[in-house]
Write a protein that binds this ligand. Structure first.
Ligand SMILES: CC(=O)N[C@H]1[C@@H](OP(=O)(O)OP(=O)(O)OC[C@H]2O[C@@H](n3ccc(=O)[nH]c3=O)[C@H](O)[C@@H]2O)O[C@H](CO)[C@@H](O)[C@@H]1O[C@H](C)C(=O)N[C@@H](C)C(=O)N[C@@H](CCC(=O)O)C(=O)O
Ligand SMILES: Nc1ncnc2c1ncn2[C@@H]1O[C@H](COP(=O)(O)OP(=O)(O)OP(=O)(O)O)[C@@H](O)[C@H]1O
Length: 441
């Protein structure tokens, strides 16, 4: 069936509890797209409340549509199944702010305004929470590695797992459940034929998939590791903030937590009060620092298909930022052991490092401008790193940039800001942070 011109339709979906296969269909003009999930058999043994399972599937269906919507970005979304007000709020945020970078890159008006044509329903009575403990989505990088250490009895979950995600779960001693996600191949075809392309709110998608897995498998809560630095905008367009990491922000977390609560699942970010530097301070002191991989280039569909070796590329914005943070807490030889190289020795990368505190930050998962400047200034004053070519080139200007806001590494190590971490998890986090501080001292 054709969708009405100018509308993107969140259409049908199916789920087979015997095989764990779920299919989510969308329509855009003459095209129908179906994205498929295969859920780990380990998740299928429980007997989830049917209303909660339905609502969790609806949440996935809503946010996963952003990938297909973006081909034409018609500004109108029709949702065929009734949804709750909390789900509608998640969808509105995902299509508007979650597609903010996409809109800016494609020179569409920002904010990207989307009208929803949907029927609201009341949420069902909240089901009893699952009894199998915390479910921790892992990306393979430093943040979720820290969460695995703080919650040692948790279960890790990887969407399209790679060797890096499996390795970090193994190093932390956590059982791993896997969810395979397959984009409709027609998406790539239509993109190649000139469809619009750009970033989608992937943490919103992973959050919804994790919540579905928690409902099915009887886990509670779902614990993400989205740091405070993710709240900083990437750039401003006509006075409006555009954030590459919007679906990692606290604003989005609060909206999503309300929808997850309706299906009996707690949802929060354990590291919400931490800067990237504070997270790295802890991870640098842990043995599993050599098991992490934060380079996004190694997480493309090509790599998640298992066709290429994964390693730090040491050139992309995220590699440069992550190396800079770790250098604050490691000696050069230790850093090389973790990363397999030293980009601060390569003067040709100075411009790449400088961008980390520029007005327009890279569209990547990097920390706050002030924390990058503070980290580089800190290295310039250190005996171990002060002579590295990039540090020599940038130390003085980084110190000037840091001084504008009074930024220092020490200031970024103190937890601060709003959060929704339950007391028992907060105490466990504080214990690990204190242990790491004494290891570094
Ligand atoms: C791995 C990566 O960074 N990919 C971004 C890149 O896409 P690329 O073409 O280089 O490779 P693929 O990811 O394999 O994508 C192939 C095509 O498929 C489209 N697509 C992919 C995933 C999806 O869920 N929906 C899709 O439509 C994609 O548009 C390609 O055409 O550039 C893209 C455009 O800017 C980015 O959207 C890709 O980002 C991925 C969705 C991704 O997983 N990125 C995370 C590593 C990431 O950015 N994480 C952030 C969290 C940001 C957030 O929550 O929004 C973080 O770690 O802070
Ligand atoms: N493929 C994935 N499957 C499950 N969870 C994921 C996946 N990718 C990212 N996440 C989760 O989303 C959140 C944000 O991802 P992010 O990439 O910032 O974290 P990370 O991989 O832990 O660390 P790093 O920033 O060093 O890459 C984290 O909680 C992370 O575990």
């Amino acid at each position: 069936m054709r969708s009405e011109a100018g509308t993107f339709v969140v259409a049908d979906r199916t789920f087979d509890p015997a095989t764990g296969e779920a299919a989510f269909t969308y329509r855009l003009g003459d095209d129908a797209f179906t994205e498929r999930l295969t859920l780990d058999p380990a998740l299928l043994a429980g007997g989830p409340a049917p209303a909660a399972l339905d609502a969790a599937l609806d949440l996935v269906h809503l946010v996963m549509g952003t990938s297909y919507y973006k081909l034409a970005a018609p500004g109108r979304v029709t949702v065929e199944r009734p949804v709750t007000a909390a789900q509608a709020a998640v969808a509105a945020a995902a299509y508007t702010h979650g597609l903010g970078e996409f809109a800016a890159v494609n020179r569409l008006p920002v904010p990207h305004r989307v009208e929803f044509d949907l029927e609201l329903r009341e949420p069902g009575p909240p089901p009893a929470p699952g009894e199998r403990g915390a479910l921790l989505p892992v990306g393979g990088g430093k943040d979720s590695a820290l969460a695995l250490v703080v919650i040692p009895d948790g279960t890790a979950l990887a969407v399209n797992p790679t060797g890096a995600q499996r390795e970090v779960a193994r190093a932390a001693g956590a059982p791993l459940v896997e969810v395979r996600r397959r984009l409709d191949p027609l998406l790539a075809e239509r993109t190649a034929q000139g469809g619009l392309n750009g970033h989608v709110p992937v943490t919103a998608i992973n959050s919804a998939i994790s919540t579905l897995a928690a409902v099915l498998g009887g886990y509670d809560p779902v614990v993400f590791a989205n740091e405070r630095s993710a709240d900083e905008e990437t750039l401003t367009v006509g006075g409006v903030s555009v954030n590459h990491q919007y679906s990692k922000s606290f604003a989005f977390e609060q909206l999503f937590a309300a929808a997850a609560a309706e299906v009996g699942v707690g949802y929060f970010s354990l590291t919400r009060q931490l800067s990237e530097l504070a997270t790295v301070a802890a991870v640098a002191a842990l043995p599993l620092r050599t098991s992490i991989l934060s380079c996004n280039r190694s997480y493309t569909q090509r790599h998640t298909g298992g066709q290429a070796e994964q390693r730090w590329c040491l050139h992309c914005d995220k590699c440069l930022f992550t190396f800079l943070c770790f250098a604050v807490f490691l000696r050069p030889a230790e850093a090389v052991e973790v990363f397999g190289g030293n980009p601060l020795d390569d003067a040709s990368l100075a411009d790449g490092f400088r961008k980390l505190w520029a007005t327009e930050k890279p569209f990547d998962c990097v920390g706050e401008r002030a924390e990058s400047a503070a980290a580089m200034a800190h290295l310039a004053a250190s005996r171990s790193w002060g002579d590295a070519p990039v540090v020599r080139a940038l130390g003085a200007e980084a110190a000037d940039a840091a001084e504008v806001t009074g930024a220092t590494v020490a200031r970024f190590l103190a937890p601060r800001g709003a959060h929704a971490v339950p007391p028992r998890y907060l105490e466990a986090l504080q214990r690990v942070l204190a242990g790491a501080r004494s290891a570094v001292a």
